[in-house]
Ligand binder design. Structure first.
Ligand SMILES: [Zn+2]
Length: 139
């Protein structure tokens, strides 16, 4: 069974197209600079419809997480235990995602994360997951 594919709309297509190129781009309000995630037609802070897609680094910290002991969809039952998470991008907005490639004992709130681009089909459809950041200690 295939895991669900995104169904991009005119509003969300730049996000999904960016992931195919390992680029994370998110709309930002031209009026108040708020980041709008998930992508919407208007700013959630001031209501402006003047938004510009901008590339973000993907650096994030773990805001919250849980393990889905029962798969959220049958298609996920064959995959490793789902580790659902909310991450906070360094730009300040949150996103729902999943963690990958991490041991449960190593996961803690506030830890540094980096994107893990998960290509899920032959067409290059890509999900945005997160994993532990490979931090350069000299940085
Ligand atoms: Zn705004």
């Amino acid at each position: 069974m295939q895991i669900p594919r995104p169904d991009p709309t005119a509003i969300s297509r730049p996000f999904w197209d960016g992931l195919r190129q390992r680029i994370i781009q998110v709309p930002q309000c031209d009026h108040c600079d708020a980041w709008i995630f998930y992508p919407r037609r208007h700013c959630t802070e001031c209501g402006s419809r003047r938004l510009t897609w901008r590339r973000v680094s993907g650096r994030a910290t773990l805001h919250s997480y849980t393990f889905a002991r029962v798969a959220t969809l049958p298609a996920f039952a064959e995959l490793p235990l789902q580790n659902l998470a909310i991450v906070t991008f360094e730009e300040g907005f949150n996103a729902n995602t999943s963690l990958t490639g991490m041991n449960a004992d190593d996961i803690h709130i506030g830890m540094a994360l980096e994107p893990a681009f998960d290509v899920i089909d032959e067409q290059g459809t890509t999900r945005l997951l997160f994993t532990v950041a490979n931090i350069d200690p000299t940085r």
